[in-house]
Design a protein around this ligand. Structure first.
Ligand code: INI
Length: 155
């Protein structure tokens, strides 16, 4: 039996991290978690590019440009969409998730979905390095594993 899976062994790879300025108070800890996740697994800071964009709605276009540039092995998208009292949440989060999944498939570049979609500010804080972990770090590790996996599938 042959088994192929990503690993956390040494990896020569370049990553882009896209983060929104919307809800920066919670997105910045996600970004720090993502950087930590990559550097702890041996990725040098020089191999990580940070890109800032306005809101989650804008993230797919930025990720598309990065994916099409051919410069990155994976892209980590970070943001936080927090439900308000209007349907805006559904439009913004829906566009973000469908846009990102399409880009990953079209470009063949792994895109990690590290955009929190939560009902309350408390839920966002819980997922940004407090009691529910750090979704930025988890997203970065997922990107790392995917790069490792794709390298094996393509070799
Ligand atoms: N953008 C976010 O990233 N998070 C939010 O919670 C949010 N809310 O609540 O409105 C949000 N809106 C802005 C949106 O992403 C666009 O930047 C804006 O609509 C301009 O295109």
């Amino acid at each position: 039996m042959k088994k192929i899976e990503g690993s956390f062994g040494p990896l020569d790879a370049k990553f882009a991290i896209v983060q929104t300025t919307w809800n920066e108070f919670v997105v910045e800890p996600l970004a720090q978690g993502a950087i930590r996740g990559l550097t702890r697994h041996g990725i040098p800071e020089d191999n990580i590019t940070m890109v800032h964009c306005p809101g989650a709605f804008e993230v797919p276009l930025v990720v598309k440009k990065l994916a099409e540039s051919g410069k990155y092995d994976a892209i980590i998208a970070l943001g936080a969409v927090i439900r308000g009292s209007t349907p805006h949440f559904d439009y913004v989060s829906g566009e973000a998730v469908s846009g990102l999944s399409k880009i990953a498939l079209d470009a063949g570049v792994p895109v990690s979905f590290g955009i929190l979609t939560v009902d309350t500010i408390e839920q966002a804080i819980e997922r940004a390095g407090t009691k529910a972990g750090n979704k930025g770090e988890e997203s970065a590790l997922c990107a790392y594993e995917m790069v490792s996996l794709l390298k094996q599938l393509e070799s």
